[in-house]
Design a protein around this ligand. Structure first.
Ligand code: SF4
Length: 376
């Protein structure tokens, strides 16, 4: 089993909170797609062309690609892998790019899952973070996606936005529930250095949502989505039964994946590879040598830390037997020793050789994860 991630680093305009790599200059879009195809051809053996079960086209804004550009890219992928094995094929779209024609084209190309960044159903909250769409466009987009035949839809929401209140957050959650999509991801707004949002806060132009309010928003979220029938399967992810993101679950299971494009990462089970974070450097390196990445073999300790961080965030938790098998007695003993105090305080529960965060533990998950990690 393996996955492919493809990064499309073009956005029509930049959202003020975003620190992902993307550019609003799309003049090199066509040559970028040619470069992606070259990279796929060169690197497919890192994961095996008959091993791919999930594909994820993310960004940036992949729905900025025209239907012709998307067709070119996907048809090339189809000719390079055993496409019959694909179980989940996701593309990220922006609500105001969604038309019936576009989604029908996606569907006919084999895409069976849409992930859409809605973020809020309140227009002034969307405007202040410089999103392109409004709430009505987001609602209409979900209807169009379903009309085009794709029912596996994920939407993203953000809490802790400037101007957001617990009441307006409840309004956004209730609207999301009404849309009856099977997957919802929710993130706490973070102020990353270098973003416009960060600079605005530093200048006092916006007020950050308080920590207590963010915690209250998260609690409301969990309670409302659970009541609406969503499983809280990862700290930031909720799904109706059977609609867990398979591609993202692969990241959590440490399944190999091939990341193509500027700023994409790859993992073959042992080695992590990182592509350069600018289009120019990425394309130049592919032209010069066929590959653009730098690689880093992970130590046992780094792999353990990653394993703990990723798995503790999920409802499946950490399988202790697997920790012993994968990392040996030293790290197994470390995990048992440091998880003990959280078990006593009710923040971690242990059953059937598995440890999971409790609801109380989720609230301090970063602290717990840091404690369970090892500094060699
Ligand atoms: S559309 Fe997405 S990738 Fe582009 S700037 Fe906004 S958040 Fe970032």
């Amino acid at each position: 089993m393996a996955g492919i991630y493809i990064h499309i680093p073009f956005c029509k305009k930049r959202c003020i909170y975003c620190d992902f790599y993307s550019t609003t200059d799309n003049r090199r879009c066509s040559s970028y797609i040619d470069t992606l195809c070259k990279e796929l051809l060169t690197r497919i053996n890192e994961v095996g062309k008959d091993q791919i079960h999930t594909i994820y086209i993310g960004g940036g804004t992949p729905s900025q690609l025209s239907i012709d550009q998307l067709s070119l890219l996907i048809n090339f992928i189809k000719s390079s892998i055993d496409f019959a094995k694909i179980e989940e094929f996701t593309i990220e779209v922006n609500p105001d790019d969604v038309t019936l024609e576009y989604i029908k084209a996606c569907y006919s190309l084999g895409i069976n899952r849409i992930s859409m960044g809605i973020q809020s159903f309140v227009d002034n909250e969307l405007q202040i973070i410089n999103r392109r769409h409004n709430a009505k466009q987001a609602e209409d987009a979900v209807i169009l996606i379903k009309q085009a035949g794709i029912t596996n839809i994920s939407i993203d929401l953000i809490y802790g936005l400037p101007l957001q209140t617990t009441e307006s957050w409840v309004y956004s959650i209730e609207n999301a529930i009404k849309l009856n999509v099977p997957h919802i991801s929710c993130y706490n707004l973070s102020y990353e250095e270098g973003t416009t949002l960060y600079n605005m806060r530093e200048k006092g132009e916006i007020v950050e949502c308080g920590e207590d309010t963010c915690i209250e928003m998260y609690e409301i979220l969990v309670s409302k989505l659970k009541k609406a029938g969503y499983e809280h399967y990862e700290i930031s992810n909720f799904a109706k039964t059977g609609y867990y993101s398979r591609h993202n679950s692969n990241y959590w299971n440490m399944t190999p994946y091939l990341g193509l494009g500027a700023s994409a990462h790859s993992f073959d089970g042992k080695t992590r590879r990182y592509n350069p974070a600018t289009i120019h450097e990425y394309m130049q390196k592919i032209v010069d040598s066929g590959v653009a990445y730098e690689e880093e073999e992970e130590t046992k300790y780094e792999q353990y830390n990653e394993y703990v961080m990723i798995n503790l965030r999920t409802m499946w938790g950490i399988n202790l037997k697997k920790v012993q098998e994968l990392f040996g007695s030293e790290l197994y003993d470390h995990l048992i020793k440091y998880s003990r105090k959280f078990i006593t305080s009710g923040e971690i529960k242990e059953s059937d050789k598995t440890i999971n965060l409790t609801e109380k533990g989720i609230m301090i998950s970063d602290y717990i994860i840091r404690t369970l990690m090892i500094v060699p």
